[in-house]
Ligand binder design. Structure first.
Ligand code: DC
Length: 226
């Protein structure tokens, strides 16, 4: 069967996870949140007390099990989806995900998890690196103010209290680090559709993506016949 892959990239707080999760639900596709995988690796590294700055300290990834169940990341059988969203993890994950060894090991897993399945995968390098042949590629952006506000409300819903100003500073720092790192930095694929979500509601973004995906009728026919 020819599977359909939807890649959604973009900076922190652009709404990727919320949107990707709902798009996956609408099409009944598997949702793979790659940021969650880097966060979970960071959590495990902290638990193992390894030096996060040491590129060679991440061999444990090869012995780690990752499953996505209903959009939640399960690491070694434990649902870690909530505990990987803390500020501590958010502030360390850019460093961890900048290591080449970490990226090679996690990308291998991301590709294996998506093989032969209809998926929505979100991240920073999906469209041009992890799934360069993805059927659809979107790059979601929004101005920093909007993104900080979204993170603020997202955090509140998770009972995490934060200051909007602090979040703004953290988001700018993380974008800067993610965009300028040496290995697979944050950037759109050349053939990605760029969607500026600053003045759009979640529903509007989802409708934009769904409309693009549905446009390709031939693909859907082929997918349902096989
Ligand atoms: O999307 P997020 O905020 O949960 O991502 C957490 C971090 O993981 C982000 O700062 C950069 C990194 N990341 C990455 O380098 N490549 C990806 N495909 C996804 C996330």
């Amino acid at each position: 069967m020819k599977s359909i892959q939807i890649a959604i990239d973009g900076p922190a707080g652009a709404g990727k996870s919320t949107i990707a999760k709902l798009v996956a639900k609408a099409f009944n596709f598997v949702y793979i949140d790659t940021g969650a995988m880097y966060r979970a690796v960071t959590l495990k590294a902290i638990r193992l007390n390894v030096n996060l700055a040491d590129d060679n300290a991440f061999d444990f990834i090869d012995q780690t099990r990752f499953d996505y169940i209903d959009g939640n990341l399960i690491m070694d059988g434990e649902n870690v989806d909530e505990m990987i969203r803390t500020r501590e993890i958010s502030n360390q994950v850019s460093l961890v995900s900048s290591h080449l060894s970490v990226r090679e090991k996690t990308v291998k897993r991301q590709r294996a998890l998506s093989e032969g399945k209809n998926v929505v995968m979100d991240g920073r390098d999906i469209g041009y690196h992890v799934l360069p042949n993805a059927t659809f590629k979107f790059f979601l952006t929004a101005d920093v103010e909007t993104r900080a506000k979204r993170r603020y409300h997202e955090n509140l819903n998770r009972n995490i209290h934060s200051s909007l100003e602090d979040l703004k500073v953290e988001i700018i720092a993380r974008d800067d680090f993610d965009s300028n790192r040496k290995h697979s930095p944050l950037r759109p694929a050349d053939d990605a559709i760029i969607v500026d979500t600053s003045d759009m509601s979640i529903d509007e973004v989802i409708e934009t993506i769904k409309a693009k995906v549905r446009e390709d009728e031939a693909l859907w026919k082929q997918n349902s016949q096989k």
